[in-house]
Design a protein around this ligand. Structure first.
Ligand SMILES: *Cc1c(COP(=O)(O)O)cnc(C)c1O
Length: 219
């Protein structure tokens, strides 16, 4: 399944984040031994434990809701945080990255779904924040793009519209705030059930769990 998906993604130059949450280290190692290096987790404690036990050249992506008081546990090694949903959280990542003498790459999570359960910025708040001096002073983070999660629904048209909105916001922000930067390039959208559509709508990075590892007992 891994090779099949990778071949499909390669045609579109899309990066695969293999979402290994709730799965044992043996399952990650198995995929590592097939050559894959990019894994995503959504719980800090689980990520820290796995990172400690698994090969050091794995690129760990954090994809879940991140509490400010837990940033310090992952700042020294995390490769990309997909789920920045407030200015306060971004400032904390900057602070902890500085302590580790790193620049940490992040994505801003945009709320595109209807469900109230999903986290994320609305686009006006993002725009306001990107214009502030507060933002410009954050020298230990780099905003490399956006992430979004579509509504969990069988209504394909709704999902497609949400992806279109995310892509449009990405293009707007790139033009307005990042035109002089070469790193604002990532659009993290698409999961097991909707990644093909996400790629059609401009995704550069998909987060796939159950299709690779089998169904989870809980989410
Ligand atoms: C669990 C999760 C995924 C992967 O979901 P699947 O449907 O198993 O592919 C992707 N993104 C986030 C933020 C997740 O929490």
């Amino acid at each position: 399944m891994l090779q099949q998906i990778l071949t499909e993604l390669a045609k579109n130059k899309v990066t695969l984040v293999a979402v290994s949450k709730t799965k044992p280290e043996s399952a990650i190692l198995d995929m590592y031994n097939q050559g894959h290096r990019i894994f995503g987790e959504n719980k800090v404690q689980e990520l820290v434990a796995k990172q400690g036990n698994l090969p050091k050249d794995i690129e760990w992506h954090f994809i879940g809701h991140l509490q400010r008081n837990k940033v310090k546990y992952i700042a020294s090694f995390v490769h990309l945080i997909h789920s920045i949903d407030s200015p306060k959280l971004l400032k904390e990542v900057n602070k902890q990255a500085k302590k580790s003498e790193r620049v940490v790459d992040v994505l801003l999570q945009l709320k595109i779904a209807e469900e109230t359960s999903k986290f994320g910025f609305d686009s006006n708040t993002i725009k306001q924040f990107l214009s502030t001096d507060d933002f410009k002073m954050l020298t230990n983070i780099r905003v490399v793009g956006l992430m979004g999660m579509a509504t969990f629904t069988y209504n394909d048209q709704q999902v497609r519209n949400e992806f279109k909105l995310l892509k449009k916001t990405f293009d707007d922000l790139k033009t307005t705030y990042f035109s002089d930067k070469d790193y604002f390039n990532e659009l993290s959208m698409g999961m097991s059930g909707d990644y093909k559509m996400a790629i059609e709508e401009g995704s550069t990075m998909v987060r796939i769990g159950s299709l690779l590892f089998g169904n989870r007992n809980y989410v």
